[in-house]
Each structure stands twice: as C-alpha cells, then as structure tokens.
Ligand binder design. Structure first.
Ligand code: B1M
Length: 209
C-alpha cells in the first residue's frame, strides 16, 4: 500500500512533520487508525530497530525516528477504539540506583513500545524499594533495568532479591542490560540479558511467549 509505504519511509528518515501530515492525509482518506499504526508506524519502527542493530543507523537518527513515530501516534491515539490496542505486555523500566545514564534505557524502552509493549518508565537512579512500589502499583509482566556503571550494576542483584522477598519474583520476568552487564551476570542473579535494543525486543517476545 502506497500510503503506508510513504509514512514508513518518512518515519525511518525522521521527517516528523511529514509523518504527521501523511498520517492526517491517511485519516482524511478513510484509513483506519489501528491499521495506520500497525502497517505504517510500527513497520517503520521495526525497520529502524533492524538498521540500528546492523550498525546502519545511529542513536541520534533513531531518536529522531522515534519523534516521527510520536508525531503520528499523537494524531492516532485519541481515535483508537477500545480493543484496538492489545498490549504485548506491560514493562516497568528504569536505570538503577546511583546511575544517571538514560540514553540506552530510553532507546530500549522505545523499541519495546514500538513492538507493542506498554511501558512505565520510572526514570533514573531507581532503587529496589521504588521498584517494589511500582510493581504493586502497575503489576507489570516485565521489569527492565539498565546500568552503565560497574559500581551500580549490583543494584540489579539487590532488586531481584527484594522481588523474591516480596513474593513478586515468580510472577514476572526481569530483563537487564547496559555496557557492564553480561549474560553471565544475569545468570548469577536470576535475570535475562540482552545486548541492545533490538535484542531486547526479541528477548521480551521470547519471555512473554
Ligand atoms: Co558516563 N560513563 N559517566 N556519562 N558515559 C560511561 C558509561 C563510561 C563507560 C565512560 C568511560 O569511562 N569510558 C564510564 C563507566 C565506567 C564503568 O563503570 N565501567 C562512565 C562514567 C565513569 C561516568 C561518570 C562516573 C563520570 C564522572 O562523573 N566521573 C558519571 C556517572 C554519573 C552517574 O550515572 N551517576 C557519568 C556521567 C555521564 C553523563 C551524564 C555525562 C552522560 C550520560 C547522559 C545520559 O545518559 N543522559 C554519560 C555518557 C553519555 C556516557 C557514554 C559516553 C555513553 C553512554 C551512552 O549513552 N551510550 C559512556 C561510554 C560509552 O558507552 N561509550 C559512559 C549510548 C547508548 C545507546 O548505549 O547506554 O550502552 P548504551 O545502551 C545500549 C546497550 O547497553 C543496551 O541497549 C542500548 C541500546 O543499544 N542496553 C540495554 C542498555 N540498557 C539496557 C537494558 C536492557 C537491555 C539492553 O534491558 C532492560
């Protein structure tokens, strides 16, 4: 479909004004909001994810593409009917206690959102207590934690322990990532590791299957 292809292409190129214009045009021509999201916007964001993991697109471009996606979503979201959006799962996301690096976390959260996950982003410098409170409030399927410092990654272990103490660990999945984190560390603490945003989406899909 030519209309969807145009939107997808503008999104990948990060042309956010054009994405909004084309989305409006599609609506005026009678396309369904849900179809525009699935066939045009999400298709574009998935491609962005693939280009990023292949090293053919870089962080600033991905962020502009995300902005383009948002400019289309802003028009479509108010028009969605109940039942139009089925969430792939609910994720709580954060950067761990003591750690202020949030670019990678945002990128991963955004890609998961593009893949249909509902994201609650708790921000940066988030310790076990705040995560326990958020689990009570939001009842997520997945907790995603990011750490970029060797000195903060132990907060992930503390959080997993706190989840166990509070009887929450068996009811959800814990995903971790960030430069100092590895599969080995994830195995040690009882979490799942992915190396980048696209791998995080694959992992989440596997965990939810
Ligand atoms: Co900081 N910093 N920094 N820094 N910083 C690093 C991480 C560092 C490696 C630089 C270095 O020394 N070479 C080093 C850590 C050393 C270590 O512990 N091993 C470091 C340091 C030491 C520090 C400070 C202590 C510096 C100081 O003040 N003396 C300080 C600490 C502040 C704090 O957090 N308390 C600090 C501060 C900062 C800035 C504020 C200046 C800034 C952060 C701005 C921000 O995020 N808003 C910053 C930055 C930008 C970096 C580097 C240069 C880039 C990080 C980044 O955003 N990468 C970084 C060096 C580097 O990595 N080259 C560095 C881009 C991003 C897309 O990638 O975050 O890796 P990344 O995320 C990837 C994957 O890791 C993965 O997917 C993402 C997308 O592909 N991923 C996940 C991440 N989270 C995931 C979660 C998942 C799954 C995958 O599931 C839940």
């Amino acid at each position: 479909n030519n209309m969807y292809e145009q939107i997808t292409e503008s999104l990948i190129k990060g042309r956010y004004t054009e994405v909004a214009e084309l989305t409006q045009k599609a609506l005026d021509e009678g396309y369904e909001p849900k179809e525009i999201i699935n066939e045009a916007l999400l298709t574009g964001m998935n491609e962005v994810g693939e280009l990023f993991s292949d090293g053919e697109m870089f962080v600033p471009e991905v962020l502009v593409a995300a902005k383009a996606m948002a400019s289309g979503m802003d028009l479509l979201k108010p028009l969605l009917k109940e039942g139009d959006v089925t969430s792939a799962g609910k994720c709580i996301f954060c950067t761990v206690k003591g750690d202020l690096h949030d670019i990678g976390k945002k990128l991963v959260a955004m890609m998961l959102e593009g893949a249909g996950y509902e994201i609650v982003d708790l921000g940066v410098d988030v310790g076990p207590e705040a995560i326990i409170e958020a689990v009570k409030e939001h009842q997520p399927d997945i907790i995603g934690m990011s750490a970029m410092l060797t000195t903060t990654m132990m907060s992930m272990k503390e959080t997993v322990e706190a989840l166990k103490e509070n009887g929450m660990y068996d009811k959800l999945q814990v995903m971790i990532g960030g430069a100092p984190v590895s599969t080995n560390y994830a195995d040690q603490i009882g979490a799942s590791f992915s190396a980048d945003a696209a791998a995080a989406v694959d992992l989440a899909n596997r965990l939810m299957a």
